[in-house]
Design a protein around this ligand. Structure first.
Ligand SMILES: [Cu+2]
Length: 145
């Protein structure tokens, strides 16, 4: 390996290990949760999953209002993630570090990461990634359509 290539390799390995760990609470029966975990991993995140029967307790602990709930709840870098949040918005959140609870994609919109398998036949519903404020209010962080 040339010195330049070796350096680039070390730099990219460092960038990878600099990605913080994502802890995901999900039910063992949830298939789309597993697909979302794969989406994060293939985007360079390290992920630890915790199997729970209900994610309601994790949601409450992470201060995600029940009305914004989805099928899994996660924690990364001091923020909460609820549902099928795209990895690029997680990276943006960690780069911008807003004063907020975290991000949520309520429900399970088809076409969001982990809800985009062959069984959906390429269907893509429009959805918003919401930035959840500490008072429980939410505003659009990015719209996908
Ligand atoms: Cu799901």
């Amino acid at each position: 390996m040339a010195a330049g290539a070796a350096l680039a390799f070390v730099a990219s390995a460092r960038a990878q290990s600099a990605q913080p760990l994502v802890v995901v609470w999900k039910s063992p029966a949830c298939g789309c949760c597993k697909d979302w975990v794969h989406h994060l991993e293939s985007s360079g995140f390290r992920v630890k999953t915790v199997e729970v029967q209900s994610t309601a307790a994790a949601r409450a602990r992470m201060q995600i209002p029940e009305r914004l709930g989805s099928c899994h709840t996660a924690a990364v870098g001091g923020y909460a993630l609820e549902g099928h949040v795209p990895a690029r918005e997680v990276r943006r959140l960690l780069a911008e570090r807003p004063d907020a609870v975290g991000l949520a994609v309520p429900g399970m919109p088809i076409g969001s990461p982990g809800m985009d398998g062959p069984e959906y036949g390429g269907r893509r519903d429009r959805y918003d990634v919401l930035l959840v404020a500490k008072d429980g209010s939410a505003r659009s962080y990015r719209s996908y359509r």
